[in-house]
Design a protein around this ligand. Sequence first.
Ligand code: COA
Length: 161
Amino acid sequence: MNLHIDPITDSEEIPFDLLELADPSREQIELYLNTGTCYIAKSDSQVVGVLVLVQVGAGTVEIKNIAVKESEQGKGYGKALLQYSDKTSRELGFEKLLIGTGNSSLAQLALYQREGFEIDRVVKNFFVKNYAEPIFENGIQCKHMVILVKDLTTKPNGARL
Ligand code: COA
């Protein structure tokens, strides 16, 4: 796959159009861009994806945003961004990788679990309390945040490192 993922540089524009595919709140996006690292995925020098990683505790990093340009979805780039998050977080010495998604984001819940994340907890009514407009996906109201965790201290087959 011809995909290059790198931290964004000062000369590059923050791809808000992509970040907003994953998170309808510009205010929330700007908050976590201040504390995290934004990575850009390019294919043939065209920006096709984005990722934001934020340290949220000792040894824990969270994927705050992950998105692939609509016309480029389904080509494996989302999976590559998740695998890059795992690799980069391990290299930085983190032990846990978190990702939160809505109760209505069925394809994402499937993808994250296939990539080794496990459901850890549910933050009830997170989207009702923090977003001005109701969000619907797959005919389901997005109310609760499902937090999934990947243990980075084990190999993918479960063996201890
Ligand atoms: N329906 C069902 N399965 C799908 C799918 C779809 N529309 N699109 C992709 N898949 C499957 C693929 O077959 C693949 O399966 P595999 O793991 O068995 O190979 C897997 O999902 C990964 O596909 P991939 O091509 O890597 O995903 P992607 O590049 O489309 O990126 C997202 C996934 C979620 C990042 C992307 O769809 C996106 O940006 N969505 C909008 C923003 C968003 O919801 N972000 C996450 C917020 S929590």
